[in-house]
Design a protein around this ligand. Structure first.
Ligand SMILES: O=C(O)CCC(=O)C(=O)O
Ligand SMILES: [Fe+2]
Length: 371
């Protein structure tokens, strides 16, 4: 099948001052023929990408990570399942702080061959770069969750991009039923993406739609979708299932209503050949400083404690279990080149520095954080 291309032109700004990477040039469009649902409704659940036994081991490692945080959470004692006992998290249990995106267990998960293969089918190549994304632990808290429990309907694509651009992923690790915390998709919204921005052009800010790959909808705008027949669906899934969705689907992560915890990791891969030298340089710096990214591995906003600042005094800036990267993981990180590709080095950093670099001071982008 021919690969469509699309061209995006934006004004470059320095990534070191904004914490946000803007890229110019051509990026390939994903090929979704392997997953027809992605073209029809914008999302799909790929069953059993990781075997259940392996998923259970990742759950153990995630709980162990949270227990080692040392603020009182114990997986076997539900009395300790309180917000104050957990590492700082965002809405719906999304954790993108504490260097978690570079923990060994996260790198191991990202390097799972079957997971990479699912994205290789989408991009027609296994020479991929992966996002330095976060994890999700959504416990059925008894605390008052306040803002954390509110829906946050959004798309992870700029209104300026009116074409297929990114397929996002979540690898689900624990049983996830209709009442558990999890991914909510507004069915029908994917097909209406362009129409929404055309018909609601009056909502465009004075300086135009943002090029940031993220747009949050107001209640009034959501009513537009409901009036056009869209309905929320909670994606139920089993351990080891991969949730894939086109970034043009309106979605959010819901909090738990039932009794079960949700454990999951955010994953997204794109072709290494589409990475510009600028992108590769920022990724290399993030590897050195344990920084994280939003979902798209090529066009991203920097994320993590280095960017947001510490939310709690004990927030870690470096991973607890610093990763020893396999050769495959180094390729996925963008530290080593794939055969046939060459990455001009603009950083002067050696890999030894990348493994044990100091935490980076600075506060480059503290803007709002829908995932
Ligand atoms: O946690 C979730 O299910 C959704 C988070 C989200 O918005 C995303 O992964 O883009
Ligand atoms: Fe999102």
């Amino acid at each position: 099948m021919p690969v469509a291309t699309s061209t995006e032109t934006v004004t470059p700004t320095s990534p070191t001052t904004t914490g946000t990477l803007k890229l110019r040039g051509q990026t390939e469009a994903p090929i979704t023929s392997a997953y027809p649902d992605l073209d029809e409704k914008g999302w799909t659940v790929v069953k059993g990408v990781v075997p259940k036994e392996k998923a259970a081991k990742y759950v153990d490692r995630m709980y162990e990570w949270a227990e080692k945080y040392g603020t009182g959470f114990k997986r076997d004692d539900r009395e300790t399942w309180q917000i104050k006992n957990m590492p700082a998290f965002n809405k719906a249990g999304l954790i993108n702080r504490n260097g978690v995106g570079h923990e060994q267990f996260v790198w191991d998960m990202r390097s799972e061959p079957a997971l990479i293969d699912a994205f290789a089918k989408i991009w027609g190549t296994d020479q991929l770069l992966v996002s330095f994304d976060g994890i999700n632990i959504t416990l059925p808290y008894k605390d008052d969750l306040g803002w954390r429990a509110e829906p946050w309907p959004h798309v992870d694509q700029s209104p300026l991009k009116r074409y297929k651009h990114c397929i996002q992923g979540i690898i689900n690790l624990a049983d996830n039923g209709p009442k558990d915390g999890g991914l909510m998709i507004l069915d029908g919204s994917f097909q209406l993406y362009n129409q929404f921005f055309e018909e609601n052009d009056a909502d465009k800010p004075a300086d135009g739609w943002s090029w940031l790959d993220q747009y949050s909808f107001t209640e009034k705008q959501m009513q537009w979708f409901y009036d056009h027949g869209c309905k929320w669906t909670k994606l139920a899934c089993e351990p080891g299932d991969l949730l894939l969705w086109d970034s043009r689907c309106v979605h959010y992560g819901a909090h738990a209503e039932g009794d079960n915890p949700r454990l999951a990791m955010y994953v997204c891969y794109k072709p290494a050949k589409d990475a510009t030298p600028e992108c590769l340089a920022v990724r290399k710096r993030l590897m050195k400083d344990w920084g994280m990214t939003s979902h798209d591995p090529l066009i991203f906003r920097e994320r993590g404690t280095q960017i947001f600042g510490k939310k709690t005094p004990n927030e870690r800036e470096v991973p607890d279990d610093k990763p020893i990267l396999s050769d495959r993981a180094k390729q996925l990180a963008g530290i080593t080149e794939y055969p046939g590709l060459s990455y001009p080095d603009t950083t002067g950093l050696e890999y030894s520095q990348l493994e044990y670099g100091p935490g980076l001071a600075g506060n480059r982008d503290t803007s709002g954080d829908p995932a």
